[in-house]
Design a protein around this ligand. Sequence first.
Ligand SMILES: [Ca+2]
Ligand SMILES: [Ca+2]
Length: 167
Amino acid sequence: MKTYFYRHDLDKDGTLTKNDYVEFGQRYADIRKLDEENGNALKKQILEVWSVFTGGNVDVILSEDGFIRSLKDQIVDPSFSKTISEPLKIIFKAVDADADGSIDVDELGLFFEGFGLDKSLAPVTFEAIDSDGDGVISLDEFIATGLAFFTSEDEENPSKFFLGPLI
Ligand SMILES: [Ca+2]
Ligand SMILES: [Ca+2]
């Protein structure tokens, strides 16, 4: 969860706000070299993740403690798998740059670059998510690994690499 917070606090001011998602969307659109129309569509998708995650309360400012507390509360809720699969679905669509319904290692690499990570880190995460080893990440694999990332207590679970190396 620390990793999640740190990765998403793009402007590194120690809080998670809408601005982090605005900045990420901008950076990610630039890296993808999207034209204005597609770039705006992508930025909208990224902001949608924040909106869903905050339950529409987009102007909330989350400290690391507050973020972890609220996430922990959500995780014990029986409907968490449903709650988290919504933003994961949106992210999947955003990362699937060629919209062929699956994520390949290059698409994941671009997403990593959006977070300011080197794309050479992507293959480890890719293999962790591609659980059937067919060389592409399906939506089901993405959601299953994302869910396990938040909920698994197993230190050896490959899902720990969901957002790249742990911090
Ligand atoms: Ca794809
Ligand atoms: Ca696969």
